[in-house]
Each structure stands twice: as structure tokens, then as C-alpha cells.
Design a protein around this ligand. Structure first.
Ligand code: ADP
Ligand code: ADP
Ligand code: MG
Length: 708
């Protein structure tokens, strides 16, 4: 924690960055002046500590935490109105819990594609602080009490407590990946004070089958969890009821202590949004129809059904694919039985609607990019013929292929392939688009040529070239292409490439760095230095290329970062040669050797070849990259052309078969007078021809720039 938030004794009224938060509304100067010097009895908590997140971040809705039960009472001038507004309850409302599962009607439809069900509640043991304020001694006290108590659990609930301290890291990561364990590093929890002394005093209890679990000293002292594969929400709720009872009874027997239970606010949690039941009952369910219809619309529909959608990697994790975490929205103002009933009913409704939406997807879409090649070539007739087809390798559809043209109004091309099959199965659409885009005839054939000895000359050494980069894309046969590739295939490409890359020799030798687990400052530095791709491009997202991000992605590079391979970005592999200065010929030579090494090594390890199509050359996910997939660029200063006008430079590049870009990547935009100048064509010319065109064109632009 930084700034005033860390300084519990600071007396001046703080600047609350989350200006639209409930804290900003209800922590007035007057209340601050009255309360800011007070320290709670149990854990010495202050109002400054409570509102640290609202002060530090600009994106908080609520923005306040309690450090002990006292906080809710001592700072009630602040907490009461926030709690009432957040939960929509009146000042005199009282909470009643009800875990009587026999009152539940029905269950989630067994036909619904539910992967798993999980219900959790939070519980706090009286006499100890809550995570944001709990002292070190209290935290260890909670852990030791729970550990002793948990030894009494019987039958299905019996299990073992595993402290985080000393846990093997592969075991820990596996528990996280399998959705059983929390992890550290959440910025909210850190600023709220919940990661002090990490990982001491934290741990997880679970039974043999990992269907009954208790998290110790994460956001709450205890999170009691029941979960299992499939959609038997009622069964999971039953086990939870028994589990809560067992924890409560056993803690009471060992210590005489009860759970903190407030007359108005129910079970006490560190976050006021969890007050009441502290219950979140969720299913992980596939909703492909809703995904196609739009995630924003799904959110609005969930709101109507009193549900909350999340991504499946936890609250801060984000959405991937068409699987969602759907849970009850409310915690307070309803009993546990009511909330589970609402969840069951709502999930059944969403599933029914999803089937309808899937049907609707077969209707001819409204293509927003009205001037795109997709709009021209995806006629109603072709749509009706192809819309039901699913490709063999990646299960790709025409709807997925044209998602960008449908969703955005600014696409020139607007189509992607999800596997090599897509180009063949949807050839009625792809063929005319490819021919028109690249200006080739229907019977054209592609021939590659990487023989660098055929190049004449080089870029003028006097030209102010900062750096040179040439990349190609390559796809390994048998796996899908990024827009359609399955999770397993993506991991297969990564693992094959990783093994293959260990064979690279001499200048090409290097290391593969997966994106998962990469240190954030290292990652950002690689992006800033133009070596690494990043996520968040809206085209790539809508095209399906950011599913399961960042899993399976990574970057290989040699020691000098002159030879690099991007794994599972827009293409399975992007092979790159780059260096400072303008020695285009040298960069091309290294690239030729690099492509050869990747191809040979992949072949040796797997027997697989690069996808190479007779007509379309090397297969890429974007048809605009077909052929060579090569972009040879220099970053060059053109102050004369900048003064003369960027539009004129664009027109001149067109004449020279070049393409100008900004220097922050395709979607990045232009800054100053430095341009990324590259070959315009990919297909219809060999690699040697394209590099020659680039060298000659850059020399011409440089000469003209001096004149200008
Ligand atoms: P909480 O509200 O309990 O803090 P999070 O959204 O932070 O929940 O998720 C905690 C963990 O539980 C994550 O690993 C998440 O993937 C997992 N999880 C949540 N719901 C389910 C479910 N229905 N099935 C499987 N795992 C789940
Ligand atoms: P691509 O066509 O390979 O997808 P982008 O325009 O998206 O290329 O750029 C990818 C990254 O490569 C960006 O960080 C960009 O700045 C960098 N880059 C491109 N050309 C050069 C060059 N000649 N010198 C240095 N970096 C470059
Ligand atoms: Mg959480």
C-alpha cells in the first residue's frame, strides 16, 4: 500500500480516487473528522485502512473493508449507509439464514452443459480480527484452531489441512489450476492489507475427493466450499450444509467460540458485499449461443435474473471461450435456500435461451462492415449452404470466420480461418476473397524462394534506419489455426515448439519463455522494446484468438534477441529476424536459416510439416498473410516526407509497393517522423522479390526525403 492509505494516523481528509464509489459518497469530511482517529479494540483498525482501496484505485464500486467485527460497529456511520445502499435493504432489516435444503424445488437441468458446481460461504470466528486487520498472532490462532477442529470431521468430510508455507510449488499451482486453491497477488487484497505476512497462517483443507474444502485466512478467516463435477446443485448444497455445521460444531467444541453472527448483517465477512449469507453458488456452464449473441447482453440478462456472470478463472481472471461462471448476485436480504433456488431457476432459463440463440445463429447475419470483402462474397445463398458446417480439425464455422466483419464496421477483409480445413470447406467464400485481395487469378500457384544470394544491393548505409525486422508466419500441420485452435492443440503446438527449439544451434540457440508466469516488468519491457506481442487487440479477441489467454503463448529468443519466435499469437508461429541498423540482407539471411532450423527440428521431433498449400503458399490464419506470410520492415526517419504530408507518403508507398505503419505495431498508430516501412504484398511474389522491392523502395524514399 502506498500513500495516505498505508498511514492509519493521517489526519487530513484523503483524496478518494474512486470518485463514483460508495466510499466517496458516504465518507464525508464530517464523518472523517469524527472517526479518523479511532482505533478498534480487537485489531487496532482505522477508517483510513478500511477505505484504502477506494483511495488507491479509481475503479472501486464499494471500496471498503472491515478489519474486525468492531469496525462495523465503531464506524457504523460509514458502514451502515454503504451496506444498506449496496444490498438494497432498509435500516431496520434483519438477516435470517436458512440452510434447509429440503425446501429447494428441482435442480439444474441434467441436459445443460455444466462442467462443475461450487458453493462457498465465508465464516469468521469470534474474538479474532478479519483479514484486513487481523494481527499476526490472531491469524496463527485461527489457523491452529481450525487445524485442530478439522481433525474431528467425519465420513465424507474427513480430510487434511495443508498449510501454504512449505507447500511444493507444483502442487500449489496444480491446486490453483484445478480451481481448488486461491492465490496471492490480487492488487485489491494487497492494498486492503490482506496479504500481510503472506503466506504465513494460510492454507487449505480438503477431503479425499476435493469435494469439501476450507480456505484458511484468505479474504475471510474461513471460506467453506462444497464443489464437484457436473450440475447437481442440490447435492452440492446438501454437502455444504453438513460441512458448515461440522466446522461450527467442532470449532465450538475446541474453543467455546462461535461464528460472528450479526442480527442485522448475518455472518460477518471482511467485505461488506459478502455480509448476510456470504454465499456464492456457481456453475461453470457453456453458453455458446449467448457468447455469439454478445457478452454484454448476457450480463444484462443475468442482472434481470439476479445472477452474476464471471470468467472461469476466478473473480479477477477474465473471460475465455464460451464457458461462464454463473452465480447468485445477492448475499444479504435473502436466505441461502432462496439464493440457491434463484441460481437453479436462472441457470435453467439461461440454458433454454442459449439453445434458442444457437438456432438464431444460423440466420444470415447482419454484416456491419458493409464495404468489406466478406459483405461482397458472403451471399445469402453461400451462407445457407455453409452455415451449418463444422470443420474437422478445430470445429470451426463460417459464423466464427466472419465474426470481425459482422461485429465491426471498419473491416477491409473481415475473415479468418480456424484451421487449414476452413480454406477448403469454405472455399466458395475464401477463394474469391483471396483472389480479389491479392490480385491473383483463380489458377495462380505460389512458389517460395528464400535464396538470399539473388538479392542485389542493400539499404543505403547513410539512411537513418533505426532497425530492421523480417517476420514470416508458419503453421504446423494437424493443429488448428489461432481463431479456431483448441486448447489441447494450442498446448500441443507450444510443447512441440519448445522441444524443437532446444535443438537450435550457434547464433540461433536460445530459450523459450512462456507468457504464463512471466514477470510483469519483464513482459512489459519485451513489449516496449518491440520484441513481444501483447493481448487486448479487439480484432484478435473477436476473431477468437485470445481464448484461454495467456495459456500456451510465449516467446523464444536467442541471446542477442536477433532471432525470435512468437508462439500462438495470430499465427501458431511467427518467426522473426531483427537487429539495429539497416542491414536488410543480413537480417534476411538469418531469417532463412532460422525458418530452416524451425522446420527441420519440428519435423525431426514430430514428423510434421508446415502447412503449405499449392495455390496459397504457407497457410496463415489471416488470408491477407497467405503466400510468403512475410513482412520485411525498417523503422526509418522521414522528416522530409512528414513535412510534405503523410497522405502523400502513403500514396508514394503505394506506387513503390510498400506499406507505411506507425512504429508501435499494426494497431499502434504514428508518432513523430519515424515510420515502419514494409513490403505491401505477401502472395504472388517470392520472398526474394519482396525483400528486393523493400530495399529498392526504401532507398528511393530516402533519396526523395533528402530532396524534400
Ligand atoms: P470466490 O467468490 O469464492 O472468491 P472466485 O471467483 O474468486 O470465487 O473463484 C475462486 C476459485 O473457485 C477459482 O479458481 C474459480 O475458478 C473456482 N470456481 C468458482 N466457481 C466454480 C465452479 N462452479 N466450478 C469450478 N470451479 C469454480
Ligand atoms: P506484424 O506484422 O509482425 O504483426 P506489427 O506491426 O504488429 O507486426 O509489429 C509487431 C512488433 O514488431 C511491434 O512491436 C513493432 O514495433 C515491431 N517492429 C516491426 N517492425 C520493426 C522494425 N523494423 N524494427 C523494430 N521493431 C519492429
Ligand atoms: Mg475471490
Amino acid at each position: 500500500a502506498k500513500g495516505s492509505s498505508a498511514n492509519g494516523g493521517l489526519s487530513s481528509f484523503p483524496t478518494i480516487k474512486s470518485t463514483h464509489s460508495l466510499v466517496a459518497k458516504h465518507v464525508t469530511k464530517e464523518k472523517w473528522d469524527k472517526l479518523h482517529e479511532h482505533k478498534t479494540a480487537t485489531s487496532g483498525f482505522t477508517l483510513a485502512k478500511a477505505i484504502a482501496c477506494a483511495v488507491e484505485f479509481d475503479n472501486q464500486h464499494c471500496g471498503i473493508y472491515a478489519g474486525d467485527w468492531d469496525s462495523y460497529k465503531d464506524f457504523s456511520d460509514v458502514f451502515d449507509p454503504i451496506i444498506q445502499e449496496y444490498h438494497g435493504i432498509s435500516a431496520d432489516a434483519k438477516h435470517t439464514s436458512d440452510m434447509d435444503f429440503s425446501k429447494i424445488t428441482g435442480n439444474v437441468n441434467p441436459d445443460a452443459p455444466v462442467h462443475s458446481t461450487r458453493i462457498r460461504v465465508g465464516r469468521s470466528i469470534d474474538g479474532f480480527g478479519l483479514s484486513p486487520g487481523i494481527t499476526k498472532e490472531q491469524r496463527l490462532g485461527v489457523e491452529s484452531l481450525f487445524k485442530t477442529a478439522s481433525a474431528n470431521f467425519k465420513d465424507e468430510l474427513a480430510g487434511t489441512y495443508y498449510p501454504l508455507t512449505g507447500m511444493d510449488d507444483t502442487v500449489r499451482q496444480q491446486l490453483v489450476d484445478d480451481h481448488f486453491l486461491f492465490m496471492s497477488g490480487d492488487r485489491n487484497l494487497t492494498v486492503a492489507g490482506m496479504e500481510r505476512d503472506w503466506p504465513e497462517g494460510r492454507g487449505i483443507f480438503h477431503n479425499k475427493d476435493k469435494t469439501f474444502l476450507v480456505w484458511v485466512n484468505e479474504e475471510d478467516q474461513l471460506r467453506i466450499i462444497s464443489m464437484e463435477k457436473g450440475g447437481d446443485v442440490l447435492g452440492v448444497f446438501k454437502r455444504l450444509a453438513g460441512g458448515i455445521q461440522a466446522v461450527g460444531d467442532s470449532v465450538k467444541a475446541e474453543s467455546g467460540k462461535d461464528f460472528m453472527l450479526d442480527e442485522k448483517y448475518g455472518y460477518v465477512h471482511s467485505c461488506p458485499t459478502n455480509l448476510g449469507t456470504g454465499m456464492r453458488a456457481s456453475v461453470h456452464i457453456d453458453l455458446p449461443g449467448w457468447t455469439a449473441h454478445g457478452v454484454d447482453k448476457l450480463k444484462a440478462r443475468c442482472e434481470e435474473l439476479s445472477l452474476q456472470p464471471r470468467g472461469t478463472r476466478g473473480e479477477s481472471g477474465g473471460q475465455t471461450g464460451h464457458t461462464y461462471d454463473i452465480s447468485n448476485k445477492h448475499r444479504l436480504g435473502y436466505s441461502e435456500v432462496q439464493l440457491v433456488q434463484t441460481m437453479i431457476d436462472g441457470v435453467n432459463k439461461l440454458y433454454e435461451e442459449d439453445l434458442e440463440l444457437q438456432k438464431k445463429q444460423l440466420e444470415f447475419p447482419n454484416i456491419q462492415s458493409a464495404h468489406s470483402l466478406v459483405a461482397k462474397h458472403v451471399t445469402k445463398e453461400k451462407w445457407d449452404k455453409l452455415c451449418k458446417h463444422t470443420t474437422k480439425t478445430a470445429g470451426f464455422t463460417l459464423a466464427k470466420a466472419i465474426a470481425c466483419a459482422v461485429e465491426f464496421d471498419n473491416q477491409h477483409c473481415g475473415i479468418y480461418a480456424g484451421d487449414w480445413d476452413s480454406y477448403k470447406d469454405f472455399a466458395d467464400v475464401f477463394d474469391p476473397i483471396i483472389q480479389e485481395y491479392h490480385g491473383i487469378s483463380a489458377d495462380a500457384k505460389h512458389t517460395s524462394d528464400m535464396d538470399f544470394s539473388k538479392i542485389t544491393g542493400n539499404v543505403n548505409p547513410d539512411a537513418p534506419v533505426h532497425s530492421t525486422r523480417i517476420r514470416v508466419g508458419r503453421s504446423i500441420d494437424g493443429f488448428g489455426l489461432s481463431p479456431g485452435i483448441t486448447k489441447e492443440q494450442r498446448l500441443g503446438v507450444e510443447s512441440l515448439f519448445k522441444t524443437a527449439s532446444a535443438n537450435f544451434k550457434d547464433e540461433l540457440a536460445g530459450t523459450y519463455y512462456p507468457l504464463t508466469g512471466m514477470d510483469e516488468t519483464v513482459r512489459q519491457q519485451l513489449v516496449d522494446d518491440h520484441f513481444l506481442f501483447m493481448s487486448g487487440d479487439r480484432n484478435l479477441t473477436v476473431a477468437g484468438m485470445e481464448r484461454d489467454w495467456p495459456e500456451g503463448r510465449g516467446i523464444f529468443h536467442n541471446k542477442d534477441k536477433t532471432f525470435l519466435v512468437w508462439v500462438n499469437e495470430e499465427d501458431q508461429l511467427r518467426i522473426i529476424s531483427m537487429e539495429k541498423g539497416g542491414d536488410v540482407l543480413g537480417v534476411f539471411k538469418r531469417l532463412a536459416g532460422g525458418i530452416q532450423a524451425v522446420g527441420d527440428s519440428v519435423k525431426a521431433e514430430s514428423g510434421k510439416d508446415f502447412m503449405l498449400d499449392e495455390k496459397y503458399g504457407y497457410v496463415h490464419s489471416c488470408p491477407t498473410n497467405l503466400g510468403t506470410g512475410m513482412r520485411a520492415s525498417v523503422h526509418i526517419d522521414l522528416p522530409g516526407w512528414t513535412a510534405h504530408g503523410v497522405d502523400k507518403l502513403k500514396a508514394r508507398c503505394e506506387e513503390l509497393s510498400l506499406q507505411p505503419r506507425g512504429t508501435r505495431g499494426e494497431s499502434g498508430g504514428q508518432t513523430g517522423h519515424t515510420y515502419d516501412i514494409s513490403n505491401k504484398h505477401r502472395l504472388g511474389y517470392s520472398e526474394v522479390q519482396l525483400v528486393q522491392t523493400m530495399i529498392d523502395g526504401v532507398n528511393t524514399l530516402y533519396k526523395e526525403d533528402l530532396e524534400l
